[in-house]
Write a protein that binds this ligand. Structure first.
Ligand SMILES: [Zn+2]
Length: 258
């Protein structure tokens, strides 16, 4: 259903003959424009013209990569599904509104027709022309709108059910986009946390080093004992610190481990 809608979008924007481009543009990663042109059996300029037309409506996105050897840029494209669906929704809503106006007009106004020229005219205009056709001089006849109205209403129902389906696709796609964003945010958070943790460890290592050099200068055992106590109070889960300061042997041990 989604692909059918995307093809409808391309038909509106470019034309029916370009709809197959959806098969190539509906991907996760951007696609090389030369591959698109080859698969569509079009020249690169024809392909680009189609892509630019779609791009004018913001329904595709592109990235470019420079060919280091040749020095030119190659573009990579993919269809923007949510934007395309929203475009289709707007198009459907416009069509529905137009058709509803026409239905209302058929239901409230009377129409006349020239059977020879097949010209249709409102009763108001027919009256001002004395019910005579300007083109051929035939007399206008009253037009029965029943059949036309029935057709219009059927078309209206179809448009409305399409709109419902498009809206449901928009819901699904929005959810996907939202989930993608959350994934990126979570990944960034994780990275930030990692950086914070690394910095914290770095600070801790620097602090420990400072303490060690500090302790070396201290001759009194008593003093270093109180320092150990202080460390203990700060954190209970640092057994390595117990070793420090007790004896000079212990110090060299922990140093050696690192
Ligand atoms: Zn006529």
């Amino acid at each position: 259903m989604l692909k059918k809608f995307l093809k409808e979008v391309i038909t509106i924007v470019v034309g029916k003959n370009a709809e197959e481009i959806v098969e190539l543009l509906y991907t996760k990663k951007h696609v090389n424009e030369f591959i698109i042109s080859k698969k569509l059996d079009l020249t690169i300029n024809q392909t680009r013209n189609i892509l630019y037309k779609i791009s004018d409506h913001g329904l595709v996105s592109s990235i470019r990569k420079k060919d280091k050897r040749k020095g030119w840029y190659t573009y990579f494209w993919k269809i923007e599904v949510l934007k395309s669906l929203e475009f289709l929704r707007n198009d459907l809503m416009k069509k529905i509104e137009q058709l509803e106006n026409q239905v209302r007009s058929r239901e409230t106004k009377r129409f006349y027709v020239c059977d020879t020229c097949h010209i249709e005219i409102t009763e108001e205009n027919a009256l001002s022309n004395n019910f005579t056709c300007n083109e051929c001089g035939s007399i206008f006849v009253f037009k029965d709108n029943t059949k036309v109205l029935k057709e219009m209403k059927r078309a209206l129902e179809k448009l409305k059910s399409d709109l419902e389906l498009v809206n449901s696709e928009i819901g699904t796609e929005s959810k996907k986009v939202e989930e993608g964003k959350m994934k990126v945010i979570k990944k960034e958070e994780k990275e930030k946390k990692k950086v914070r943790e690394t910095k914290r460890l770095e600070r801790k290592v620097a602090k420990d080093k400072l303490k060690k050099t500090d302790k070396k200068t201290k001759t009194s055992v008593k003093k270093s004992k109180t320092a150990v106590k202080k460390n203990k109070m700060k954190s209970k889960s640092k057994p390595a610190k117990k070793l420090k300061g007790k004896t000079s042997k212990g110090k060299s041990k922990t140093k050696g481990k690192k």
